[in-house]
Design a binder for this molecule. Structure first.
Ligand SMILES: [Zn+2]
Length: 272
């Protein structure tokens, strides 16, 4: 599978284009018993609502992909519905979810950068780049990406998991937090773990990353070893935190998230 990014379609493909259409933050999909599908250009012809904005995204496995936003009052077209993006993790195929996240970030960025943050002028698209430009003062605005670390802290056969006030449901996960200006990822890992649970970590190593379009995070995953300290939670952020062994795990984040991949990596013994 591959996604090639570009700003205008270069080739005509035999398959109908895929359309990632948003109403507010909700994505248009066709729900089935076991999953969800993204509509194509033929499905989209039934959309009679005015398209507020649209972008060419690139090609997914050779199929051209577009994103668009429709009016907030748009009704669900027959056989399809607008669904919140987050619960679609695991329902959409991974590559479709990833493309949907890419689409959402572009739409959200354009929607929230209609005016220049420096002079207040109305911005417009910049030719040849995924950027907006202010014709009054020349400010160029690129899509925002907010890096955040996510870290599995391991102590021998135990992993540190916490329940956050931010979680919509009562599950336990690894710790995460946004990178502050001027920080390295390693510094963010140490600071977040210290702030949230009062523990010092060492031997921080890169695990992998996942774009997380809520609205524009890039989760950068790490493994780290316990160094010192006792769990002392920051009650404004954390409901509970504890050490768990792989045969005694609490309710975990859903499959398809980097949080779950980190935990699975540990429980499969590879985190040793
Ligand atoms: Zn300006």
């Amino acid at each position: 599978m591959s996604f090639s990014i570009s700003f205008s379609p270069e080739t005509v493909h035999s398959k109908p284009d895929l359309w990632f259409v948003f109403r507010g933050d909700a994505l248009l999909v066709r729900l089935a018993e076991t999953g969800a599908d993204v509509p194509d250009s033929e499905d989209i012809t039934v959309l009679d609502q005015k398209i507020i904005r649209s972008h060419y995204l690139g090609a997914l496995n050779g199929v051209n992909c577009y994103t668009a936003e429709v009016d907030g009052n748009a009704a669900d077209p027959k056989g399809m519905s607008f669904q919140e993006l987050r619960p679609l993790v695991g329902l959409l195929d991974e590559e479709f979810f990833s493309a949907a996240g890419r689409a959402f970030q572009i739409i959200h960025w354009e929607r929230t950068h209609q005016f220049c943050g420096r002079c207040g002028g109305r911005t417009g698209p910049k030719a040849g780049e995924r950027a907006r430009e202010c014709p009054c003062c020349g400010l160029v605005i690129y899509p925002e990406i907010s890096p955040a670390i996510i870290v599995a802290v391991v102590r021998g056969a135990e992993i540190l998991l916490a329940q956050s006030h931010r979680f919509r449901k009562a599950f336990y996960s690894v710790l995460a937090g946004f990178v502050e200006p001027g920080e390295t990822f390693e510094e963010t890992v140490k600071r977040e773990v210290r702030e949230e649970v009062g523990i010092e970590v060492k031997n921080i190593r890169y695990f992998g990353s996942q774009p997380w379009p809520f609205p524009n995070s890039l989760m950068v995953g790490f493994m780290a070893d316990y160094e010192s300290g006792e769990i002392r939670i920051d009650e404004s952020e954390i409901v509970d935190a504890a050490w768990f062994t792989s045969n005694n795990l609490p309710v975990l984040p859903r499959t398809g998230t980097i949080a779950r991949r980190l935990i699975d990596f540990f429980t499969e013994g590879a985190g040793e």
